[in-house]
Design a protein around this ligand. Sequence first.
Ligand code: NCD
Ligand code: ZN
Length: 475
Amino acid sequence: MAETVDLVIHGGTIVSPDASYRASIAIKDGLIHAIGAADAMPPAKETLDATGLHILPGAIDVHVHFRDPGYPQKEDFASGTAAAAFGGVTCVFDMPNTLPTINNAESLADKHKIASAKAYVDYGLYAVLGDDSIAHVPALIEGGVIGFKLYMGNTFGRIPSPSTGAMLEAFEVVAPTGKRISLHAETNSIMERREARLRAAGRTEPIAHLAARPAVVAVEAVERAATLAEWTGARIHVLHISSAAELRPLAEAKARGVEITGETCPQYLLLDETDYDKFGGVVRVNPPVREKPNQQPIWDALVDGTIDMIATDHAPHAPEEKTRPDIWTVDCGFPGVETQMPLMLTEINKGRATIQDYVRWSADAPAKIWGLYPRKGTLTVGSDADIAIVDLNREWTVDDALIQSTSRISPWHGRKATALPIHTIVRGRFVMKDRILQEDARGTGRSVHAIQQMPKPAPRNTDSTMQAITSNTGR
Ligand code: NCD
Ligand code: ZN
């Protein structure tokens, strides 16, 4: 008699980046124990009938802002990870623009305490890389970060953007550690100058936000970051790719062998400049939602692999912070962690890409790129049982009033979808079951930095780093 497992899921269609196939899946001690025919499954304490449903690796959303500590009116780690659970997301990487900013060992340790007490899903924590944290890189790595975030341009939280000189030094310091540096790639000096002129000209309507940040703001930043990454051997990730024009420097850098990856978000695939009239300041986000001709090239880049993955930049704010009449005073961003999977699968249902593509963008690529694969991001024997069970045949309409996030205001409101996550499982435990939050899962999420294994770093030009020249060992 085979040993008893904790859970067997029968009747669903398992999706991997290469195939979809009907199989049962057995889970024991948080891991995937077996995949195969129903009658080959061991006895189980619990079974779930997933007939008619699809079984996907849980999404890994590498870009969320859960605002904890500092902004409980927007979100906290409990509401944010509950939203993730409802969105089929089993792991999130949380950004460091909280209060305080995560830029030293103390603030990081405090955030780890908060997150581990409240999280419904697994998580990684980012630390800021900037002038005031370069010296803290070793302590931040010791304290457990998934990677670093560098703000090339100003956005919510007003974290100062480092000069190109400081950025080069920061890349030199992180390159030998192997950690990836995620970039808010918008060049501050261009957009600040344009915003000042627009304000002086009395422009306060929503679309003025787009006028301040045309695609060149992002293109120049991606190009410059790629140059510094190539020089130093640092690994970089371009967050929230919003324009067709950024694809050229991204593709060229990849072709040169730069360790560069990129993400886009549903807002750049599904929204366009007409949404400023429809939603006003609610649609204000950095980088901005752009002109419609940007969309198809971004879809094409996802399909051909130039863009590696989907993230959300889940950026919740309170309604009064999103509805001010002067666009320059509206907080930037809106929630998305809960709606990414259903909205993207709705596009898959329309035939815009395959469900295998989707699994590659949502789970496989993020796990590989952050050194978590095959523990995360795949449904394979021995992997963590992080699972989204979705109905690809469910018509519903997004209603901001019903979302888990504390921020109940978004441009997704009223959007029709044809897919819905029904159950979400993290390391074998239901965190959302039949669209009901499993309260006893609060505080069971764990930081994944401990299981991260980045490939061997390959720093370059090490004889001319700031460290080398000031210690007289370099040229
Ligand atoms: C983000 C936020 O609110 O923290 N806002 C946004 O407009 N995207 C910050 C960011 O990712 O730029
Ligand atoms: Zn950003």
